[in-house]
Design a protein around this ligand. Structure first.
Ligand code: XMP
Length: 531
């Protein structure tokens, strides 16, 4: 379905995902395959160009990841980045050695040939001094800032290659074999710190690979809607709605294709935020006129959670109970053949460089478990998209900003923010405190700058005074973090007066709380959620 494609082979760099995103930002479709993907799969993907990512290894390591060398015989352009550059040199006859000085971070790149890959970069023209056999000469050079991160360097480039840029520490910071259309960069064009990185990638994609910029959200919607229609025909599809962005966008996209054949199921598990269930129902029912079944199962969930304090047990109970209720509801609907799910691209990439520690430390609940018993076929219309692309898609589908910009909310909900036993009364306390946190954060204009902001109910009581009376009540902790992907996070420096307001309001308005504390831990070593 996509004609113009760039393949990114992943050698384990923390930036691999960024490469694919930058390519897509240029409106060219890109996918990431693990470095050892079969050659047949590469052929059937039929890319117009290949990018070899960076990676933590050295080509001379015993288990260094190496690609199938036949990629260099396909006759299509290849761009090696960092480890990808050394790999290219190593695979086709160059020599790689340890750099005299490891280079990390900012470096000045002096462009020696700006005819194709490094074309049109508005770099500074600077007068350079060079010394050859004691003779000092001055000449002007094109200099631009790039982001380096490597310990090896090209000692001898392969036959056919010429250096096209250098830095003080790397005589070959970029090289090219224009005949074979092989290019390599020692630095990372995909990171924002490389001043003209996007231009360099665009030169590769458009001028060298000759791709056309045809991949837009509009075209994505058109082709996906057609695919869904052709696949589903007259059958019915169920979709579990969680209140999060991914499931909501999945539902709206499915609905665009098959209208009333889509039935959304929303389960109120009793550990949702204030007004959550109503908000979801309103958006989907009133705004998009969808079929939605809302099930209030809060009593059932709370009964199962009675006496449970272990976080993982809470997660499992909520996950299992959710599946059970979803199945009960879905079975009531005649003729259901498919289950639509909001799986995203980072979840389906086979490589390991995307799986951060939180993927394994906590068991995240997954509706995938539904398929075994129900014999439903899975439709995952977002499986090619990154998170930020899902938001753009939602916008293109006319979804309200309020839904698209919502902070992530964990599947087990408030249950993992109530430390200790989850009871209706403790849910009530946390729900009120949490609503105040969100209200004040939104009022202060900070909401969109934060990854998440929420309240946590602690299992301890402390002494306070209210009026003339001594109190012995609960403590609420505030958590507010900044993060790009939830894998790492820093505590947000919320201004004192906003913190003061939140604390005052919680203590005054939420019965049962007499103390508020603020969490100043980053992830790692802490996690975002408390459980
Ligand atoms: P942690 O606490 O691991 O959280 O730093 C990282 C991100 O994942 C969310 N999270 C969950 N989401 N089910 C979910 O659907 C879970 O069990 C779960 N635990 C954590 C958390 O809110 C944060 O955005």
């Amino acid at each position: 379905m996509h004609e113009e494609k760039i393949l990114v082979l992943d050698f384990g760099s923390q930036y691999t995902q960024l490469i694919a995103r930058r390519v897509r930002e240029s409106k060219v479709y890109s996918e990431i395959f693990p470095y050892n993907v079969s050659f047949d799969k590469i052929i059937s993907f039929s890319p117009k160009g290949i990018i070899l990512s960076g990676g933590p290894s050295s080509v001379y390591d015993k288990n260094a990841p190496l690609p199938d060398k036949r990629i260099f015989e396909l006759g299509i352009p290849v761009l090696g980045i960092c480890y990808g550059m050394q790999l290219m040199a190593y695979c086709i006859g160059g020599k790689v050695a340890k750099a005299a000085k490891r280079e990390y971070g900012r470096a000045e790149l002096i462009i020696d040939d700006d005819s194709d890959l490094l074309k049109g970069i508005k770099s500074e023209v600077r007068s350079q001094k060079s010394e050859v056999r004691g003779l000092v000469t001055r000449h002007s050079s094109l200099v631009t800032v790039v982001w380096m991160s490597h310990g090896d360097r090209i000692e001898e480039y392969p036959r056919g290659f010429k250096p096209i840029a250098h830095t003080d520490n790397s005589p070959v910071a970029a090289m090219a074999d224009k005949n074979r259309r092989f290019y390599a960069l020692q630095f990372h064009p995909e990171v924002v710190h490389t001043e003209h990185g996007s231009e360099i990638l665009r030169n590769f994609i458009f001028d060298i690979c000759k791709c056309k910029p045809e991949w837009t959200m509009k075209s994505f919607i058109e082709t996906t809607v057609e695919e869904i229609k052709n696949r589903v025909k007259n059958d019915k599809v169920v979709c579990a709605i969680s209140g999060g962005v991914d499931s909501a966008v999945t539902a709206v996209l499915m609905h665009r294709a098959i209208k009333k054949q889509l039935i959304c199921i929303f389960v109120d598990n009793g550990v949702l935020r204030t007004g959550e269930a109503k908000k979801v129902e309103n958006t989907l029912k009133k705004h998009f006129h969808m079929n939605i079944v809302c099930v209030d199962a809060s009593k059932r969930f709370l009964k199962k959670l009675k006496g449970v304090t272990d976080p993982e047990k809470k997660r499992k109970i909520i996950g299992n109970e959710f599946i059970r209720i979803f199945e009960e509801q879905a079975k009531k609907i005649k003729g259901v053949k498919y289950l639509a799910q909001g799986t995203l691209y980072p979840d389906v990439i086979e490589s390991t460089s995307f799986k951060g520690p939180s993927a394994t430390i906590k068991s995240h609940h997954n509706v995938g478990g539904l398929l075994k018993d129900m014999k439903l076929r899975l439709i995952e219309p977002l499986r090619e998209l990154f998170k930020d692309e899902v938001r753009i898609l939602g916008r293109e589908l006319g979804m309200p900003e309020e839904v698209l910009n919502r902070h992530p909310f964990p599947g087990p909900g408030l249950a993992i923010r109530i430390i200790g036993e989850v009871t209706e009364q403790r849910c009530g306390i946390l729900r009120k405190a949490d609503a105040i946190v969100l209200e004040e954060i939104k009022k202060s204009g900070l909401y969109n700058e934060l990854w998440q902001a929420f309240a946590v109910l602690l299992p301890i009581k402390t002494v306070g005074v209210m009026g003339d009376e001594r109190t012995y009540e609960n403590v609420v902790a505030l958590r507010a973090v900044k993060s790009v992907d939830g894998m790492t996070a820093d505590w947000a420096r919320i201004p004192y007066d906003i913190l003061g307001n939140i604390s005052n309001r919680i203590i005054n308005e939420v019965k049962g709380v007499n103390r508020v504390v603020f969490d100043i831990s980053s992830k790692p070593p802490s996690t975002i959620e408390w459980e």
